[in-house]
Design a protein around this ligand. Structure first.
Ligand code: PMP
Ligand code: GLU
Length: 400
């Protein structure tokens, strides 16, 4: 008789890794709650407050009793505000071409669910936001990471992309400014990618969640700006998580071809229903307003402090991120070395020991397909950035 009980979990669910970032953030939060002085460079979550007018609007609509079911794609007035926001960004979508979702994460899931069949390939430049591979797998697709290089400023290379394409390639996911590298795709990069997309009839998901966080002279551009002829194949995804600190409010927006939006809404109507109605109504205020420039200035200042400090560490190579809110130094010269009698073989070992011994939480590059790197989020007060880097330096000084 076989005593080992088979797992009740489906092969599909068993194949999904949980979000390393959320896991590390939870461990760091539990350590903090236990009284440990942890400095967290982990979750990509702004520490700045949600703007007052949005909070006031949420309170008002809650008191008015408006928290009822809506259509899965969002209230008509919310969809109208989404269209206006996209029009300000430079793309015109019709009323049947936009929807609201519970954040960018479910938007990516629904879009892939709508577009891919089992075994289709979903491509994305790597390093990549760790959820892309897992969302792709969860809808039965095969994730394909296409390398980018630090010496090329992590700009995606169209030739490498084209070399990765097979008859099964279906969707390309693009994310600029990029999590985790901070790279802002250039016009040349996007034009070259557009040519590959046209030639191979790919669908594109443009994850523009960091579009308002560009700190240099670069202008935010996505594929639709440089190749408007591709509109029938491009789905634009955004959310209020990073631009308005509304991470837990769960509100995202999507614009794209009506046939895909219809399928996404139909699936959402059966699996999740509408995004939170209070968040939808409060989001109108955010969508019609402007992103507060002092937010961007505050993050930019902290970017400069963190990069200056990291670049002063011998042996650590830290490219300058131009957007988003992450530093992504290479720890290659430390891997394989010994630290207090342990061989630090991987970025996961590195991040674990750094948290355990110096109480500094980072996300290992392993979570982003970049085993030689570690990610630090600079949504932390400046004094914590300085103290965190001091501890980071002390940690590195013990490598032999
Ligand atoms: N895309 C990227 C690139 C992200 O970094 C994140 C969150 N950090 C998301 C999507 C998901 O954001 P949300 O679901 O909170 O809108
Ligand atoms: N996406 C955010 C990050 O990269 C939060 C983590 C997550 O959603 O998995 O830090």
């Amino acid at each position: 008789m076989n005593h080992s009980s088979p797992s009740p979990i489906s092969r599909r669910a068993a194949a999904i890794a949980s979000s390393a970032t959320l896991e590390i953030t939870a461990v760091a939060a539990a350590m903090k709650a236990a009284g440990k002085d942890v400095i967290a460079f982990a979750a990509g979550e702004p520490d700045l407050p949600v703007p007052d007018d949005i909070i006031e609007r949420a309170v008002q609509v809650t008191k008015e009793g408006r928290g009822r079911y809506t259509s899965a794609a969002g209230l008509p007035e919310v969809r109208a505000a989404i269209r206006e926001k996209f029009a300000k960004d430079g793309y015109q979508f019709g009323a049947d071409q936009v929807m609201a979702t519970a954040g960018a994460k479910p938007a990516i899931y629904l879009a892939l669910y709508a577009l891919v069949n089992d075994g289709d390939e979903v491509l994305y430049p790597s390093p990549f936001w760790g959820s892309y591979s897992e969302i792709a797998r969860s809808v039965g697709a095969v994730p394909v990471a296409v390398p980018t290089l630090p010496e090329e400023d992590f700009q995606p290379d169209a030739r490498r992309l084209e070399a990765a394409i097979t008859p099964k390639s279906r969707v390309l996911l693009l994310n600029s400014p990029n999590n985790p590298t901070g790279t802002v795709y250039s016009r040349e990069t996007l034009e070259a990618i557009a040519a590959v997309v046209r030639k191979h009839d790919l669908w594109v998901l443009s994850d523009d969640i960091y579009d308002c966080l560009v700190y240099t002279q670069d202008k935010f551009l996505n594929l639709l700006h440089v190749a408007p002829d591709l509109a029938p194949r491009v789905i634009v995804i955004n959310s209020l998580s990073k631009s308005h600190s509304m991470t837990g409010w769960r509100f995202g927006i999507v614009g794209g071809p009506a046939v895909v939006i219809e399928a996404m809404g139909r699936v959402a109507s059966q699996v999740s229903g509408n995004p939170n109605t209070i968040s939808q109504l409060a989001a109108i205020t955010a969508l019609r307003g402007k992103v507060d420039p002092t937010r961007v200035a505050s993050l930019n200042h902290r970017r400069q402090v963190l990069i200056r400090e990291l670049q002063s560490i011998p042996g650590l190579y830290c490219p300058v991120p131009r957007g988003a809110f992450y530093a992504f130094p290479s720890i290659k010269s430390f891997l394989g070395k010994s630290y207090r009698g342990h061989t630090v073989a991987t970025s996961t070992d590195f991040s674990k020991l750094l948290l355990q011994d110096q109480l500094v939480a980072t996300v290992p590059g392993d979570a982003f397909g970049a085993p030689d790197h570690v990610r630090l989020t600079y949504t932390t007060p400046e004094k914590d950035i300085l103290e965190g880097v001091r501890r980071f330096k002390a940690f590195l000084a013990e490598f032999r």
